[in-house]
Write a protein that binds this ligand. Sequence first.
Ligand SMILES: NC(=O)C1=CN([C@@H]2O[C@H](COP(=O)(O)OP(=O)(O)OC[C@H]3O[C@@H](n4cnc5c(N)ncnc54)[C@H](O)[C@@H]3O)[C@@H](O)[C@H]2O)C=CC1
Ligand SMILES: O=C(O)C(=O)Cc1ccc(O)cc1
Length: 374
Amino acid sequence: MNAEPSNVAATHGPVRIVGAGLLGASIGLGLSAQGVPVTLSDASPTAQALARDVGAGAIARTEDAVPTLVVVAVPPDVAAQVVAGELRAYPGAVVTDVASVKSVILAELVAMDSLDLSRYVGSHPMAGRERSGAGAASADLFVGRPWVITTRAGLHPQALLAVRSLAVDLGAGPVQMTPAEHDDAVALVSHLPQLMASLTAGRLVEAPEAALGLAGQGLRDVTRIAASDPRLWSAILTGNAAAVGTHLRGVRDDLDGLLEALDRAAVDGPLALGAIAGMAGVISAGNDGAARIPGKHGGLRKRYSEVTVLVPDEPGELGRLFTEIGEIGVNIEDFQMEHATRQRVGMAIVSVIPASATTLEVALEERGWRVVAP
Ligand SMILES: NC(=O)C1=CN([C@@H]2O[C@H](COP(=O)(O)OP(=O)(O)OC[C@H]3O[C@@H](n4cnc5c(N)ncnc54)[C@H](O)[C@@H]3O)[C@@H](O)[C@H]2O)C=CC1
Ligand SMILES: O=C(O)C(=O)Cc1ccc(O)cc1
């Protein structure tokens, strides 16, 4: 995202952000970069000062101009209380929250007396990281990502428009859903994957060092989000308990079928009746499901060819590889690095458009690089 003020934001502000962590500071950075006035408030003075220092806005003061929009970016278990406080403090402002669960927060708000909920729009940017705090914030966190905006009867159309504009200003695509539709969808595409990553990584706690030493990219891919914050995620998961439970029970049914087939193979041998079909069913359902995940830009995921190059684990070698790929005239579309444990070599996996893959392989080999056969 352009760091220069572009003055094209539909959001005029002032925007008040309550909760200046990863999400709050990322929103503040994105809006500040477009010249929108932003103030920051956080229960933690340290978090507030860090968000200011990274450029997400100014620390809120009592004499500040009244905000037109308040963005609440605190953990889900305190979101309703904070939203209620902001609706009361700023009777002319639209208030949104960005918490990862929506029905439970709306239910808490509805149960409170004398709140003007026509100005409250629950929302959820589908973008984030496995790290917390303003130190990990980024102005372009939301670019190209969906931003769910929850709709319901009684919502003021101007409030809905203000939150849609916020999402668009930050480069996201607004998607309207009811709170229940949202919660069921994220239970499947966000909350279940978090639990599967945590459950898989949890099995490693007591694994022998020798086993861990064999780990490759597959384990790293599956466990990336296991680094997430336990406090935040317990609030998210319990805040969406019914929907998460439904999808987790589905996994339990699949596991029961899998175990039955495995037990048969363990007792009667790998070709035991139904064993192969049991495994193939699970793996091919996985193939079909994974093929349905939209890619970065909504297209098919496998748009690039991968060229794998061995890179000596020495200072400057990766830089030299990038420079030489540039000299060969091939554009790097994506990049991943795999490290083999206890070896002084890494594998650079360079994604390029399919038409350039062979040219790149040949040219790199001519220059003395070891290209791993696809
Ligand atoms: N982390 C992620 O990847 C995503 C998180 N979200 C949602 O965004 C919200 C914020 O999450 P993060 O920014 O990741 O967390 P974070 O931990 O980085 O930041 C939360 C901030 O809220 C502050 N806070 C807590 N209680 C407060 C209160 N009562 N008043 C004022 N400030 C308070 C904390 O001091 C902290 O600085 C959560 O509701 C989360 O579900 C949404 C999308 C992605
Ligand atoms: O890192 C990822 O893959 C994510 O999906 C990030 C994320 C985490 C929590 C949310 O509520 C929304 C998005």
